[in-house]
Design a binder for this molecule. Structure first.
Ligand SMILES: [Ca+2]
Length: 450
């Protein structure tokens, strides 16, 4: 293992032109007690490994104990991290919609490369026992222990289209994994008719050498023969159903389908574990619509995270040249693509009429220009690094850093860039049971940050 100290704090402090102190109540509702949070900034992580409750522990605590008093977390704000000129001349609808003030983590943390032996990893998640499950794009699963021991590749999947942006994609252990051993995946299913984004599931065998009885439960129809914009992410909501994200398959022929409800392209869908529409879905009464659809008008969604306290659904989607978006998903919402966008074509042409706002279409909560190329993301819930609590961490591909977003009432109040000197495309981020962040990169690395 290679140990790297985070030096970005020092570098950025030199560039501080303005230091503001903003007091924001910590999102403490489902977090460790205020005293645990205070301890966590001054004590070693070894002690805290056992002090930090899991989300389940916390939720059960909530039912018996009074909510902890919110602790003010001072944010040291700086100039925005982004200094490059934007690709477009578009203006945000509000000043906080892009280029938020910079913020710098005050707590000390270390950055460790746990392994560099992964082969095109795409997603990382955590099992109830704290071990990590990691998908590899070519169609294999790996398991890693908290001390970095990596399993052999685990198979059992159908043929995936792993060209370009396809492959075995996201993973989510079933909420009852401890008893069922069921794992859920998204993948680019390869067939003679072309490929599509699919949701499948299988059981991790008792000896952990294969995913057994794999079956596909949902397909983002129709099939199409290319290898781009599959999305996708999936995550269980609080009721045991799945939110799943897709992409619009990139070509000029398929792009308009994001605006129509008769197909699975450029959508957030809400399905049961069997792949059926969830009762209450917004388009159940529309005979023209796929009943699984929850929101539409998306381009290519590779980031999904459900806010653990409010249940709000946050997604990050790839924009074209400029115009990467952070969206908070409203049932039935039209998120605009390809009618409105804060980006332009790679050629420099507008998309298609240079519109960024339209009645009946949702505005992004936040956008990036130039792009981050946002991939997997997670909310940080632990109290180990108290100032990160409630923040959203997003892996950046083109940008080659991890973006930390500080949120307040659904708005981005500050953004920090982490791991800016690693030269890695950060594909997914998750929170470990030890309260550290873990991230896999296209280069095959798994980082521990905490
Ligand atoms: Ca949009």
């Amino acid at each position: 293992m290679k140990n790297l100290l985070n030096k970005s704090s020092k570098l950025l402090c030199l560039t501080l032109s303005i230091v503001l102190l903003l007091l924001i109540p910590a999102a403490c509702d489902a977090s460790p007690s205020a005293s645990e949070m205070t301890e966590s900034t001054s004590e070693g992580s070894t002690t805290l490994l056992t002090a930090v409750p899991t989300l389940t522990d916390t939720q059960s605590e909530e039912s018996t104990a009074a909510p902890p008093t919110p602790t003010p977390i001072p944010l040291v704000l700086t100039e925005p991290f982004e200094t490059a000129p934007p690709n477009t001349k578009y203006k945000p609808v509000s000043a906080d919609q892009t280029r938020a003030p910079g913020v710098i983590t005050q707590a000390e943390y270390s950055v460790t490369i746990m392994t560099d032996k992964l082969v095109r990893p795409w997603a990382i998640d955590v099992l109830p026992d704290g071990r990590f499950v990691i998908t590899e794009k070519g169609g294999t699963l790996r398991i890693m222990t908290s001390d970095g021991q990596l399993s052999a590749p685990i198979g059992g999947f159908p043929e995936v289209d792993d060209r370009s942006q396809g492959g075995l994609l996201d993973i989510a252990p079933a909420p009852d994994f401890s008893s069922s051993r069921m794992l859920y995946f998204t993948l680019a299913e390869a067939t003679d008719q072309g490929s599509l984004t699919a949701v499948g599931r299988g059981r991790l065998s008792d000896d952990e050498t294969i995913v057994e009885n794999f079956e596909i439960v949902w397909r983002a129809i129709p099939y199409y023969d290319n290898s781009a914009h599959f999305g996708s992410r999936l995550e269980f909501d609080g009721e045991g159903n799945l939110f799943v994200t897709t992409g619009e398959r990139s070509s000029l022929a398929t792009r308009p389908k994001a605006q129509f409800l008769d197909n699975g392209y450029g959508k957030v869908v809400h399905i049961t574990p069997d792949g059926d529409p969830v009762p209450g879905n917004p388009f159940l009464d529309d005979p023209e619509a796929l009943p699984e659809i929850y929101s539409y008008g998306h381009r290519n969604i590779q980031g999904l995270a459900i806010q653990p306290e409010t249940g709000e659904i946050f997604i990050a989607e790839m924009g074209p040249r400029g115009g990467d978006e952070l969206n908070i998903i409203r049932p039935g919402g039209n998120y605009g693509w390809p009618v409105i966008s804060y980006g332009i074509e790679y050629s420099g042409d507008p998309i298609p009429d240079g519109l960024t706002v339209m009645d009946g279409m949702e505005q992004p909560a936040y956008y990036w220009d130039p792009v981050l190329a946002p991939a997997g993301m997670t909310f940080y819930t632990s109290g180990v690094i108290a100032e990160w609590q409630g923040n959203l961490f997003i892996g950046g591909l083109a940008s080659q850093h991890i973006s930390r977003l500080v949120l307040s009432d659904g708005r981005v109040v500050a953004e920090e860039w982490l791991l800016i000197n690693e030269g890695q495309r950060f594909r997914d981020v998750c929170e470990g049971s030890d309260g550290a962040l873990y991230s896999v990169t296209d280069g095959g690395r798994l980082y521990r940050i905490g």
